[in-house]
Design a protein around this ligand. Structure first.
Ligand code: 5GP
Length: 179
């Protein structure tokens, strides 16, 4: 396992600190409101579970799954809903929680389809941001940390469904996917 890790980018201690900071900002921005947190499966599960425990205003949690890279390290660009929300978003204050924003295509798609359902507001939160890779302009209201252009794993992020359980964010050794 450790041999597949090239470099740790965000340590467990750093993750804790960044998540607490995001939670504080969200708590103060949403004072007096109830949030509907939309966790994007599967990658955002760990981040979202940590984040919502740092949010001190009322909230409801729902999940949505969209197509990811499959077994590749490159985005196909096409986004597909694999699992939709269980509840209606009409009149609610939505907070989309993503693991990482890379090209921005997924987040832009999510904003557009959720917007069409008549929410009161939509904001976005992503733990990791790879700005160098952006293909479309998309606003991340709450961003944890910017990282360089590298394929990362851990803290919910996978490569072919492996490594999600690593408690830190790391760069995957290229030997793993060049095998
Ligand atoms: P985007 O649509 O912004 O290109 O990509 C968003 C999705 O691609 C993320 O939610 C995540 O699932 C996946 N992704 C993007 N970059 C990485 C990466 O470095 N590592 C992993 N494991 N997934 C990534």
């Amino acid at each position: 396992m450790e041999k597949d890790v090239k470099e740790v980018l965000v340590s467990e201690t750093n993750i804790k600190k960044l998540v607490a900071q995001l939670g504080q900002r969200i708590t103060s921005d949403y004072e007096g409101k109830e949030i509907m947190v939309i966790c994007i499966l599967k990658g955002a599960v760990m981040f979202c579970a940590d984040l919502i425990r740092e949010i001190k205003v009322p909230l409801k949690l729902d999940f949505m799954a969209v197509s990811s890279y499959g077994e590749s390290t490159e985005s196909s660009g096409a986004v597909q809903i694999l699992k939709d929300l269980d509840s209606s978003v009409e009149g609610r204050h939505l907070l989309i929680v993503e693991d990482i924003v890379d090209t921005g295509l997924t987040l832009r798609y999510l904003i557009s389809i959720l917007n069409a359902r008549g929410p009161a507001s939509i904001k976005t939160c992503a733990f990791l941001d790879k700005p160098e890779r952006r293909k479309v302009d998309v606003k991340i209201d709450y961003s944890g940390i910017e990282i360089p252009d590298a394929f990362v794993i851990g803290y919910g992020l996978d490569y072919a469904e492996d490594y999600r359980h690593l408690p830190y964010v790391a760069v995957l050794s290229s030997e793993v996917y060049e095998k």
